[in-house]
Design a protein around this ligand. Structure first.
Ligand code: C2R
Length: 165
């Protein structure tokens, strides 16, 4: 992951990585340069503000931010960067991620954070690719091919299911 990254994947704790790595995997699949870093609004507030303020200037185009529990990170980062931020609610032992989901999705007007479903970091990666693809014809074509593959996969599973009846 050397050179200029296009997507920043950040998370409140290293313990979020088992959930968040799915976002990194998608970015790798689509050959989108990305970086990964632990940044916490609660535990490392100065680092979080520095990261958010510097992100666009460093060449990042999208930030994916995952956090569990009282998930301030996605919204706080969104407040200090003009870049699109995608929040991933990370499910923890208590409350199953509902707390995180509500923390991320209930942003005040003026500071948007795109929110994916609980634990669905793969969709965060795919959404980041779509945002980038809006201004990148080659990436747009790859996203269309991915969608066609998905459709094909469902058709094959449907055929296999009906053949087993
Ligand atoms: N929600 C936040 C923030 C934040 O929003 O700034 N910083 C850490 N955390 C979350 O705390 C949980 C437990 O962290 P530990 O496993 O390190 O105790 C993690 O899911 C993390 O995202």
């Amino acid at each position: 992951m050397s050179g200029v990254s296009t997507v920043g994947v950040i998370m409140g704790s290293d313990s979020d990585w088992p959930t968040m790595k799915a976002a990194a995997e998608v970015l790798a699949e689509f050959e989108v340069p990305y970086e990964v870093e632990v940044v916490s609004a609660h535990r490392t507030p100065v680092k979080m503000i520095d990261y958010g303020r510097a992100a666009a200037g460093r060449g990042l185009k999208v930030i994916i931010a995952g956090a569990g529990g009282a998930a301030a990170l996605p919204g706080m980062v969104a407040s200090v960067t003009p870049l699109p931020v995608i929040g991933v609610p990370v499910p923890l032992k208590h409350l199953d991620g509902i707390d995180s989901l509500l923390s991320i999705v209930q942003m005040p007007a003026g500071v948007p954070v795109a929110t994916v479903s609980i634990g669905n970091a793969r969709n965060a990666g795919l959404l980041a690719v779509r945002i980038l693809a809006a201004a990148d014809r080659a990436l747009l074509d790859r996203m269309s091919a991915y969608q066609a593959d998905l459709e094909q996969l469902v058709a094959e599973k449907d055929a296999a299911l009906r053949a087993s009846l």
